[in-house]
Design a protein around this ligand. Structure first.
Ligand SMILES: Nc1nc2c(c(=O)[nH]1)N[C@H]1C(S)=C(S)[C@@H](COP(=O)(O)O)O[C@H]1N2
Ligand SMILES: [Mo]
Length: 439
């Protein structure tokens, strides 16, 4: 029985088991999110401080209902070869995310790139005989290319491109949305080398009625049924024809890791990762919105109008997700560290905004009461995340959270609370929070 254990464990466990009960204990009432300020009960403050093992200097600014970032689940180690340190969410198919502090590199290394598989990757891939077929009712000159053909016929480009799963952040939705319970780690921004999709499409000729591009990959359905595709999505032709949409054979100058699509993949960055087909062996130019697997609602769609949490939404009211929203990550310090309060604390991370750019990243050490601007670097190229950095001086020992909030070049800011609930839990771009114990 939990009653026998000290209060510290109880509160911690309570948050893990039943955040609503923990909320009532600390705040004295049910709260409906992080929208209201303050009012931590005296007993609640004591319990929370005890559980955190520190005073909370800015407790007066804590929004009602806040679950301290220090209580986020501890990371488990994994066995995915070449992906050490990633958190495995599922093994069949393999899905693994990268803890925020392991995404600290400006350019995501291959072994830190998350894995999101809908099916079973192909085995025994031979890059010399791999072919990419270009077809579809709106392709004028259907034909196939080997990787060597692509390399010799088209200009090679290398770009840093962000890839984020549409479901990144899903774990925070209440009521829970089905699917992989990603926290913050289904994002990465490696360098990709390949050829422009538009060069290949122009070479094969687009009919006047071409409106959409669909992809197929060599992975197989988890059911084993050879007639079912795990996923076959795509993008409107205008997105496919952008300079940054590429067919890539290398990631950070090396072969693409098998789990990330070796030997060939599509990258249409800034949109849900699901449009960037892995193990790419066929592209179809369509005269209608591509109707491949996971193109139809509820997959990768959100309600056209806001809905009450838990609602059922008819497919006709769902819209295909296009650009991803503005978002940021604190990659240093690692959440949960201790820090000597007399020393400055460096804080840094990345920010990205789908098809758009970042105009500013702000951080708060007082639960959002005040915000400080950070130094923001330009992107390496369009559709690459931007790195930001600053430092803070924590005023006294105690428990702090560092919150980051990015704004895009259209003035849209990240929310501090989980945004619009949707049936499959896409597009959670709430501010990232890390815990720091100043000692
Ligand atoms: N063929 C194929 N392509 C795919 C997928 C897949 O399961 N099969 N998953 C998609 C999804 S949902 C995402 S988020 C990205 C993930 O890319 P990564 O595993 O390289 O991080 O690939 C996309 N491309
Ligand atoms: Mo995804």
């Amino acid at each position: 029985m939990k009653r026998q254990k000290p209060e510290v464990t109880t509160l911690d466990a309570l948050y893990a088991d039943d955040p609503i009960a923990a909320d009532r204990l600390l705040w004295g009432r049910r709260t409906s999110g992080l929208s209201r300020r303050g009012f931590l009960r005296k007993s609640g403050l004591l319990s929370m401080s005890a559980a955190l093992g520190a005073a909370i200097p800015f407790a007066r600014f804590m929004p009602a209902g806040l679950i301290p970032a220090a209580f986020a689940a501890e990371s488990a180690e994994t066995e995915i070869e070449g992906k050490e340190g990633l958190i495995v969410l599922n093994t069949r198919p393999i899905n693994a995310e990268t803890p925020a502090h392991l995404l600290d590199d400006a350019i995501t290394p291959n072994h830190r790139m998350f894995v999101r598989n809908n099916g079973i990757p192909p085995e025994a891939v031979d890059p010399d005989t791999w072919t990419l077929e270009i077809a579809g009712e709106s392709c004028l000159r259907p034909q196939s290319f080997t990787i060597a053909d692509l390399r010799s016929r088209f200009e090679e480009v290398t770009l840093q491109l962000q890839l984020e799963c549409g479901g990144n952040g899903r774990s925070e939705f209440v009521p829970a949305a089905s699917g992989n319970q990603w926290t913050t780690g289904a994002i990465g921004c490696p360098m990709f080398t390949g050829v422009r999709l538009r060069d290949v499409l122009n070479y094969c000729g687009l009919a006047e009625d071409a409106v959409y591009l669909g992809y197929y990959g060599a992975d197989t359905h988890t059911s084993g049924d050879p007639d079912r595709d795990p996923i076959s999505r795509g993008v409107p032709i205008v997105k496919a024809m952008e300079r940054e949409s590429i067919i890539a054979w290398a990631m950070n100058g090396e072969d693409i890791p098998l789990q990330n699509g070796y030997p060939l993949r599509l990258i249409c960055a800034g949109w849900p990762g699901s449009v960037s087909g892995k193990w790419l062996n066929k592209l179809v130019v369509r005269n209608q919105i591509h109707d491949g697997e996971k193109m139809a609602a509820p997959s990768y769609t959100v309600p056209a109008e806001p809905v009450a949490p838990g609602s059922r939404v008819p497919p006709s009211q769902m819209r295909i997700i296009e650009s991803m929203p503005v978002k940021s990550l604190v990659t240093f310090p690692q959440s949960g560290i201790s820090h000597d309060f007399r020393q400055r604390l460096t804080v840094r991370g990345h920010a990205w905004a789908g098809d758009n750019q970042i105009s500013g990243v702000f951080i708060s050490i007082d639960f959002g009461a005040t915000w400080l601007p950070t130094a923001l670097n330009p992107a390496a190229n369009r559709l690459a995340w931007q790195n930001w950095e600053t430092w803070v001086q924590l005023p006294e020992p105690g428990y702090y959270e560092i919150w980051a909030r990015a704004m895009d070049d259209r003035g849209r800011s990240q929310p501090m609370v989980v945004p619009g609930w949707n049936p499959r839990g896409y597009l959670n771009n709430a501010s990232h929070r890390v815990a720091v114990q100043a000692v």
